[in-house]
Design a binder for this molecule. Structure first.
Ligand code: NAP
Length: 370
């Protein structure tokens, strides 16, 4: 690329949208050109439309931007990041892609569509090979849809991938303790959550039980052959601001020791690390040796919030091993993952300034990805 990409953030006033603006403020390849939200926010200055809840100040210049309606004709961008509410994201994202604008989305609407990559660039980078067939099937010209997983799934599969590569993963049981910010803004009310744990999050167990099979699956022609892994999930909303903690038990296909698990996890690297992408953590997984880590308050910002922290790796009396992991749900689990996905798409020639990329180039590159 000879210049930075102009990007729009759809749903910029929400919690994930705010993370996007924060992470994009100093991004070397991308610059925010447009922010959008619902009709209720459109037309307002961003500082008046948003309840800014992040620990850093509003990015310079962002407060004075006028929030646009979430319509393709209102957006001036080479591609868009979608942080739209999942209940409205599906048709809006499709409309953007159809209008020629690539969509890199956080929302669940298209995650399980068979022609849409459910991408974590340092877990299944080869899944971008679905894009030429998607463009053909949906008759998109230059647009396409790429999604990233549910925030809890991101933590889980980032830890499962090195284990699957080294030993084969056969079965997984996971219990999550999910932060309040995972419910968006305003999310769960303080009267419901303070001093409490809520053992239900709508559709979350289903996502944790299905998304990993697609992500760890293999590209087979123009679709994904799901991984043969059995998963069971139980989820809880806990009074923590950011950072999802997950207690995981795994059954492996080959015998292994605790030391071998630790080594596989802590040494894992993938395409984005080798390519030195700006948002890639040096190691996707950090293994902690202390008997009481990871913890949300202490570990969620590991590698700027982009690393998954794993600890307490030990034998399990029912499956083979168990461990605890932590993922920052709005960084690694959402906006940061989407940024890394977009960087990988740039690296593969699939995204870039509009006048520097063609659909034919995109198709050729996608088939070359390994
Ligand atoms: P959120 O705080 O509720 O924000 C939702 C955003 O969507 C707001 O900007 C809202 O704008 C906008 N919106 C709502 N209805 C709209 C409409 N009809 N047209 C256009 N814009 C509309 O949610 P969030 O937590 O940021 O999550 C955003 C997406 O990421 C969701 O799909 C969520 O499932 C997914 N996700 C979230 C997390 C997390 O940890 N929070 C992690 C992974 C993925 P207004 O302010 O104008 O209403």
């Amino acid at each position: 690329m000879t210049k930075r990409c102009k990007v729009a953030v759809l749903g910029a006033t929400g919690l994930v949208g705010q993370r996007f603006l924060q992470l994009l403020e100093s991004h070397p390849w991308f610059e925010t050109s447009t922010v959008t939200a619902s009709e209720g926010s459109a037309g307002k200055r961003y500082r008046d439309a948003v309840n800014w809840l992040l620990e850093t100040p509003l990015p310079e210049g962002a407060g004075e931007r006028v929030v646009r309606r979430t319509r393709p004709e209102e957006v001036d961008a080479d591609f868009v990041f979608s942080a739209l509410d999942s209940s409205v994201a599906g048709p809006i994202e499709e409309e953007f892609a159809r209008s020629g604008v690539p969509v890199v989305s956080n929302a669940s609407a298209h995650r399980m569509d068979e022609d849409v990559p459910l991408l974590l660039a340092d877990v299944n980078p080869e899944h971008v090979a679905l894009l030429p067939a998607q463009q053909q099937r949906r008759e998109f010209s230059t647009g396409f849809l790429v999604t990233n997983p549910n925030c809890s799934t991101v933590g889980l599969v980032t830890a499962l991938k090195p284990l699957d590569d080294a030993f084969g993963v056969e079965a997984v049981s996971v219990v999550t303790m999910q932060a309040a910010s995972g419910a968006g803004y305003p999310g769960v009310s303080s009267m419901e959550l303070l001093g409490n744990v809520i053992p239900f999050i709508a559709k979350e167990e289903e996502k944790l039980q299905s998304e990993p099979r697609k992500i760890l699956g293999r590209v087979a022609k123009a679709t994904i052959e799901p991984a043969r892994i059995v998963l069971t999930a139980q989820v809880n909303r806990v009074p923590v601001v950011d950072g999802h903690l997950e207690s995981v038990s795994v059954k492996l296909r080959r015998k292994a020791s605790v030391a071998e698990l630790e080594q596989a996890l802590s040494e894992y690297v993938s395409g984005p690390q080798r390519a030195g992408l700006p948002s890639a953590p040096e190691r996707p997984v950090i293994v902690r040796a202390e008997r009481d880590r990871p913890q949300p308050r202490l570990d969620r910002m590991a590698a700027g919030g982009m690393a998954v922290v794993v600890g307490l790796i030990r034998p399990c009396q029912i499956l083979d091993f168990r461990f605890t992991l932590l993922v920052h749900n709005t960084i690694r689990g959402a906006a940061g993952a989407a940024l890394l996905n977009a960087e990988w798409l740039v690296k593969k020639g699939l995204l870039g300034p509009r006048d520097e990329i063609s659909p034919a180039q995109a198709g050729n590159e996608a088939t070359l990805v390994s």
